[in-house]
Design a protein around this ligand. Structure first.
Ligand code: BG6
Length: 483
């Protein structure tokens, strides 16, 4: 694939995602020479914009730290151009085609990466227009086509399957790259190495040694301006069904036969298929209200949120994996907006030490902090230094900021776009994986949508709804000293 020179076409180029993630990631790759220095980028959206406005748009969220960055940005912008058009008009996509062909003639590019940073309502219309007007077969025309698509991939099993069928009628599975940007995060990519390149973890990674697993996502911000989108989906569809479940599958899957994309994804799908649908008793929902001091608005104060909405902004759910490795081990997924801190972490808690040789013991834990301040640490008992034989809990600490130069940690989107350019599907979601994920969540989402589970209110900036502590305790998590 490296022999191909790409033209990248960003559909939805005036939107938030393109501005905040896609263009900065493309620039990062360009600046660090991962992108061929002759890669052209074409933006397409409905908004009319001249070149200068578009350049402002592209650079808005790009961080310039050095003089070299500044120079690189000027060169990068020369590679960017814009074309406006509707999302369902063939003549507009024919104009886009002319634009692409011109660029291809000038640069010698032989591959197209279409990046769909679009709202779900125009997803299929755009894919259809692309297929009709901008698609070439590699065999016939010598032009390679790849398509990056972004969630939401449907609302439930049924709508996801419908979307899959419609997209599948237009593009082959090997041309489609479904992004879950958590799969591009450094610490999520590290999971396979931690598990399968260390003999010390392998033999304890099972129900004989592990008591429970918690995967937690916390954000300080509320829905700020995204209330319209968010209210339709809720936190489970927004974060849990995709990002947290992806992490779970990497924590729980069996070792793959090889690192090939299909071998890795075969194992991920397999472990998901061992998880029965979540039951109501194992779910706790919350919705944020105003902050304690009244300064931060509640979810329902957001003008884009329908009056009286019961959409959860917080959710905790416990899943079980019915296979030999994990039977009986609770996997608790927790996620929420407008909480006290921003943090994503995986916490693997081990069982109590058998016997009663020592007192005052805490359980071992392996904690993988995904963000911020990437780290892996192991909570373990140690002798308190000094005379006597007192035990103390301490950490074996691999914090990236002190061990590695943490400024080299790439953005998730950089990693994923590079993978797509190289034709590597390992960190993208396969159609059957998506299907398996929806099967786990669809029944509980139906109950929630029908208003069968009321969200518990919590204050903006707090630790979440009352009862979360009891919820994790109920599934075996213990904090501090063992009884
Ligand atoms: C997105 C969700 O997929 O992930 C957002 O739609 C959420 O609601 C975001 O804020 C979190 O991503 P990150 O990389 O900032 O942790």
């Amino acid at each position: 694939d490296s022999k191909h020179l790409y033209t990248v076409i960003v559909l939805g180029a005036s939107g938030d995602l393109a501005k905040k993630k896609t263009f900065p990631a493309l620039f990062g790759l360009y600046k660090n020479k991962y992108l061929d220095q002759n890669t052209h980028i074409i933006g397409y959206a409905r908004t009319k914009m001249d070149q200068a406005t578009f350049e402002g748009h592209v650079s808005k969220y790009i961080k310039i730290k050095t003089e070299a960055d500044k120079v690189a940005l000027q060169q990068f912008l020369k590679l960017c151009s814009y074309q406006d058009g509707q999302y369902d008009q063939d003549k507009d996509f024919q104009n886009l085609e002319k634009h692409i062909v011109e660029v291809e003639k000038a640069s010698g590019s032989t591959a197209r990466l279409f990046y769909m940073a679009l709202p779900p309502s125009v997803f299929i219309p755009v894919a259809t227009s692309l297929k009709r007007n901008n698609y070439h077969s590699f065999e016939k025309d010598g032009i390679l086509t790849r398509l990056i698509v972004e969630k939401p991939f449907g609302m439930d099993l049924e709508s996801s399957r419908k979307l899959g069928r419609e997209l599948g009628a237009l593009f082959n599975e090997d041309e489609i790259y479904r992004i879950d940007h958590y799969l591009g995060k450094e610490m999520v990519k590290n999971l396979m190495i931690l598990r399968f390149a260390n003999v010390i973890f392998g033999s304890v990674w099972n129900r004989q040694s592990i008591d429970n697993v918690q995967i937690t996502f916390k954000e300080k911000i509320g829905t700020e301006g995204r209330g319209g989108y968010f209210d339709e989906f809720g936190i489970i569809r927004d974060v849990m069904q995709n990002h947290l479940l992806q992490i779970l599958s990497l924590v729980a899957m069996e070792p793959p036969v090889s690192l090939s994309a299909e071998d890795v994804r075969d194992e991920k799908v397999k472990v998901l298929r061992f998880i029965p649908p979540i039951v109501k008793e194992n779910v706790l929902l919350g919705q944020y209200g105003k902050s304690e001091d009244g300064k931060e608005p509640g979810y329902l104060d957001d003008k884009t949120v329908p009056h009286g909405s019961k959409t959860p902004t917080y959710a905790a759910a416990t899943l079980f994996i019915h296979n030999d490795r994990w039977s009986g081990v609770p996997f608790m997924l927790k996620c929420g907006k407008a909480l006290d801190q921003q943090k994503t972490e995986i916490r693997i808690q081990f069982k109590d030490v058998p016997g009663n040789l020592f007192t005052g013991l805490s359980r071992n834990e392996i904690v993988i902090r995904v963000q911020p301040n990437e780290a892996v640490y192991v909570k373990m008992m140690n002798k308190e230094p000094g005379l006597g034989m007192k035990t103390i809990i301490s950490d074996l600490d691999l914090s990236y900021s002190s061990r590695f130069n943490d400024s080299v940690i790439p953005e998730a989107y950089e990693s994923l776009i590079l993978d797509a350019l190289n034709g590597d599907h390992s960190n993208f979601v396969r159609d059957d994986e998506l299907d398996a994920a929806w099967k786990i969540f669809t029944p509980i989402l139906k109950s929630i949508d029908q208003g069968e589970i009321d969200p518990i209110p919590y204050a903006y900036g707090s630790r979440g709804p009352k009862g979360v502590g009891e919820f994790v305790a109920k599934h075996g998590y213990t904090r501090g000293e063992q009884a």
